[in-house]
Design a protein around this ligand. Structure first.
Ligand code: LLP
Length: 427
């Protein structure tokens, strides 16, 4: 089993050298627990795999996966760059020490004042449409300004339809057939188009779609290089590398993945007689998913038509199972040595029937008061949480070298209502 699960001598779940049951006792639940060393390991494994085969390589962390400021700072320290998709992500990255040249902004349907706001930060803009290019030319001084374009490589993949971002149904990127024209237009407008970007989707364990996407993006880049006379400084192949969520899925063999994709990349550089641009990749999930767990407590055990294990979090806290029907492995943190004896539904505390973390899940016998850990909760988990049902966003705790540190306080009720105002006539 490739899931990141460690057990201590008490048969409790271990997170970064600390007993998860003790963390739940100390800080209460629900709490997201983030393992600093795991993030560092994930980053270095990824970075070293690629630089082994192509030294001019950079990792742009897709920070939509997790924007806790400690997570961002850990990756900043490692030398990572950032893939940002909103002015807010650019704002926090800059504030934490990422310089503009370490931020690539890949917006989609961005309005003019946001384009201007991001351009002013010095982040590099990755343009998604001709419309955005023309609007940008009116709101900034294009003279020599470096930009890049997102292209649709006509390859898409992902763990769910919502997460496939290439192909004819995708709203992202410019068409391959218009690429030469768009790069030429950018030059005519005075810009300096130095990059090309593609991203095919998210949660992909199969290496094949990546190869197709690299190949197709390189064909588009090669044509643009030759016909629009563009010398690329970088080529960015997006993110999407999956991680195992179920006990039967395997980790991507990252050395093989890097070796094969770099070989393809180099062949295409040669074929199109391109200089050696920097290769970028934008992993989000790969860097942070398995570095956090959501700890929850069992409030109620109900034998109804089915057996329901009720916990003190819901899809407001972790949306992925309800939104994508995603599997998250769940363990009983205080009973790690016990065999599975029954199949249960693990349900949240939101007032909707779809609020389930698991259906028919084989588990050991669970009692009220047990601590469950929902694994792989480091990516697209806190960042997709909400205040639905007027529940505060939970706490986040960082485990760093055997110490636990609160890196986000739980919200208060007043935090939730802070920005609302009562109209005069209702006072
Ligand atoms: N680059 C771009 C332009 C992206 O849009 C994304 C993710 C990434 C990189 C990083 O993809 P990753 O390596 O994390 O797969 N909420 C969904 C995932 C949505 C991903 C959106 N874009 C989920 O919970 O599975």
């Amino acid at each position: 089993m490739d899931l990141n699960i460690k057990v201590n001598e008490k048969n409790h779940l271990d997170i970064g050298g600390v007993d998860a049951v003790e963390i739940a006792k100390k800080y209460g639940t629900p709490t997201y627990v983030i393992d600093e060393n795991r993030i560092r390991d994930n980053y270095n494994r990824f970075y070293n795999a690629f630089t082994k085969y192509y030294s001019d390589f950079k990792v742009f962390y897709a920070c939509k996966a997790n924007t806790n400021i400690a997570v961002l700072k850990i990756l900043e320290e490692e030398g990572c760059c950032v893939d940002a998709v909103s002015p807010g992500e650019v704002y926090i990255s800059k504030k934490l020490g990422f310089s503009g040249d370490r931020i690539l902004f890949t917006g989609n349907n961005i309005k003019d004042d946001e384009l201007k706001e991001v351009a002013d930060t010095g982040a590099l803009l990755n343009i998604d449409s001709v419309s955005a290019l023309k609007r940008l030319a009116k709101i900034v001084d294009p003279d020599g300004m470096k930009i890049s374009f997102r292209v649709n490589p006509m390859v898409g993949a992902g763990h769910h339809d919502h997460c496939i971002t290439g192909g004819v149904m995708s709203k992202f990127g410019i068409m391959d057939s218009e690429a030469v024209e768009v790069y030429s237009l950018a030059k005519d407008l005075g810009f300096n188009p130095v990059g090309m970007h593609s991203h095919i989707g998210s949660g992909i364990l199969d290496p094949e779609p990546f190869k197709l996407a690299i190949s197709s993006t390189m064909d588009i880049a090669g044509k643009v290089h030759q016909e629009a006379d563009i010398e690329f400084e970088f080529l960015d192949f997006g993110g999407g590398i999956g991680v195992p969520y179920t006990p039967t899925e395997n980790t991507v063999d990252i050395d093989k993945f890097a070796k094969e994709n770099v070989a393809l990349f180099k062949d295409k550089l040669k074929e199109y007689k391109m200089n050696n641009p920097t290769m970028y990749l934008e992993p989000g999930r790969y860097l942070v998913a398995d570095a956090a767990a959501l700890l929850v407590s069992v409030n109620s055990v109900k034998q109804s038509y089915r057996k329901f294990i009720g916990v003190d979090a819901g899809f407001n806290t972790l949306l992925r199972p309800a939104m994508y029907d995603s599997y998250h492995h769940i363990v009983v943190a205080n009973k790690m040595n016990e065999e599975n004896t029954e199949e249960v539904d693990i349900a949240g505390n939101v007032c909707e029937s779809g609020d389930l973390f698991a259906r028919d899940r084989p588990m050991p016998k669970i009692d009220e008061g047990d601590t469950l850990a929902i694994l792989n909760a480091g990516a697209y988990s806190f960042t997709m949480a909400s205040n639905y049902n007027t529940r505060p966003l939970p706490k986040e705790v960082l485990v760093s070298n055997g110490e636990t540190i609160v890196v986000r306080e739980e919200q208060t009720y007043d935090d939730i209502f802070e920005k609302q105002t009562m109209p005069e006539h209702l006072k």
